[in-house]
Unconditional design. Structure first.
Length: 371
C-alpha cells in the first residue's frame, strides 16, 4: 500500500464516515432484500461518504494512511461496519476495495489517473475471477467466454477480471461491467445476499485496449498476496456476526435475561463473535507485513469465522425463538445472508490446506511457536 506521513484524522475518518451512514445502509438493505435489484442508493451513500475512494491508490485520490498497518486496520473496521449494516453491500464494497488494491500494486501512472477520474464520477469496481469452463480466453485482443457468480454484474461500472491469453500465465484486464445485455441474473434466486446480483456476465467479442491490461502475466496469483487477501471477506462476514449478536441482545426479553440458561447461550455467542474478531484482526496484520505464512493464517481464519457464524446463528435462533425466522425481522435477514456468504469457495479445502501448514510448522509465528 502507498504510505507516507499523514495526520491521524485521515486514519480514523473512513470508519467514522461508515458508521455515520450505517443506519441508512441497514434501512436500504431491508428494502433491497424484499425486492432484489442492484443497490444503487446504498452504493451512492458509500460514494457520497467518500468511501469508494479512500482505499484507492494515493495517485488516484486515495487516503494516505501513513503506514501499511494503519491502512489495514482502518479497512478492517470499515469492512466490519458496512458488513454489520448490510452484507450484500459489504460484499460489493469488498470487491471494489480488492480492485483498488490491484490498481495500487499493478497500475501504471496513466491507469491511476484514469481511475481517479472515474472515482470522481462515483464509479465502483468489481473483481471477477470465477468462470465456467473453459474460462475467459483472450485471443489476440479479443475476449471469448463469461464470468460466473460475477457480483454486481450489470450494476457496477467496471470490473477487473482474470483472462487466459494464448500464451503464458493468466492476467488481469479492466472491462465495462454495466452492460445489461451481457448480464444474466436469471439463476440468482437465493435466500440471502439477494442484492449482490451475482450472475453470469458474457465477455465474448469485447476488445481489450492497451490501457485495459493491468500488470503482467501471473501478477494476480502471486503469493502471499493472493491467498492472504481472503481476510477482507472474512472481515465483512465478521460484521454480519457482530450485527447478529447485537440484534440478539436487543431481542432478549426480560424473562430471557433472567434465565441462566439463556444467559449462558448469550455468553457463548459473545465468545464466538470476539474470537472471530481476534483472528480476523490478526489476519489483517499478517497481510500488512506480507507474512510468508499469511495464506495459512487466512485459510485458518476462514474456518474460525465460519464456525463462529454457524454457532451464533444457532444460538440466536435458540435465544429468540420463532421471531428469529419471521419475514421482515432483521435477525432472519442477517442469518439468511450469512448462511449464503459463508459458502465462499472451498471452505473445507481452505481449512485442510491450513492444517497441512500447521502440521509442518507452527504458522502462528516465530515469536511464539509451540513446535
Amino acid at each position: 500500500m502507498s504510505a507516507s506521513p499523514s495526520p491521524a484524522t485521515a486514519i480514523d475518518l473512513p470508519a467514522a464516515r461508515a458508521s455515520a451512514i450505517a443506519p441508512r445502509l441497514t434501512a436500504l438493505g431491508a428494502r433491497y432484500d424484499a425486492a432484489p435489484v442492484f443497490p444503487i442508493e446504498s452504493m451512492k451513500c458509500l460514494a457520497d461518504a467518500g468511501l469508494h475512494r479512500c482505499f484507492a491508490p494515493v495517485a488516484s485520490g486515495g487516503h494516505d494512511f501513513g503506514s501499511v498497518d494503519a491502512w489495514h486496520l482502518c479497512l478492517f473496521n470499515v469492512l466490519r461496519i458496512i458488513g454489520r449494516a448490510d452484507l450484500s453491500v459489504g460484499r460489493l464494497y469488498e470487491g471494489h476495495v480488492n480492485a483498488m488494491i490491484l490498481f495500487d500494486r499493478f497500475g501504471s501512472a496513466t491507469q491511476h489517473h484514469g481511475l481517479g477520474q472515474r472515482l470522481d464520477a462515483g464509479a465502483f469496481y468489481g473483481m471477477w475471477a470465477t468462470e465456467p469452463p473453459p474460462g475467459v480466453q483472450m485471443i489476440g485482443r479479443v475476449l471469448k467466454g463469461a464470468k460466473s457468480f460475477a457480483t454486481g454484474a450489470g450494476g457496477l461500472v467496471h470490473a477487473i477480471i482474470t483472462v487466459q491469453p494464448e500464451d503464458g500465465a493468466r492476467r488481469l484486464i479492466v472491462v465495462a461491467a454495466d452492460d445489461a445485455a451481457r448480464a444474466d441474473l436469471s439463476q440468482w434466486r437465493v435466500r440471502g445476499m439477494r442484492a449482490t446480483g451475482s450472475g453470469l456476465y458474457d465477455l465474448t467479442d469485447m476488445i481489450v485496449a492497451e490501457d485495459d491490461l493491468l500488470g503482467g502475466p501471473g501478477d494476480y496469483d502471486r503469493e502471499p498476496l493472493f491467498t492472504t487477501g481472503a481476510w477482507r471477506f472474512t472481515a465483512v462476514q465478521l460484521g454480519g456476526i457482530e450485527a447478529l449478536l447485537i440484534e440478539t441482545r436487543k431481542a432478549m426479553s426480560d424473562a430471557a435475561r433472567g434465565d441462566p440458561m439463556q444467559r449462558a447461550k448469550f455468553a457463548d455467542a459473545v465468545a464466538a463473535t470476539r474470537t472471530a474478531y481476534l483472528w480476523v484482526r490478526e489476519a489483517a496484520l499478517r497481510a500488512a507485513r506480507e507474512d510468508a505464512d499469511g495464506p495459512a493464517f487466512a485459510r485458518m481464519t476462514r474456518g474460525v469465522v465460519e464456525r463462529a457464524a454457524l454457532d451464533v446463528m444457532e444460538l440466536a435462533a435458540r435465544i429468540v425463538g420463532t421471531r428469529s425466522a419471521m419475514d421482515g425481522q432483521r435477525i432472519d435477514k442477517i442469518s439468511r445472508d450469512l448462511s449464503l456468504y459463508l459458502r465462499q469457495g472451498g471452505p473445507d479445502y481452505a481449512r485442510d490446506q491450513a492444517a497441512l501448514t500447521w502440521l509442518d510448522h507452527d504458522a502462528w509465528g516465530a515469536e511464539d511457536t509451540l513446535w
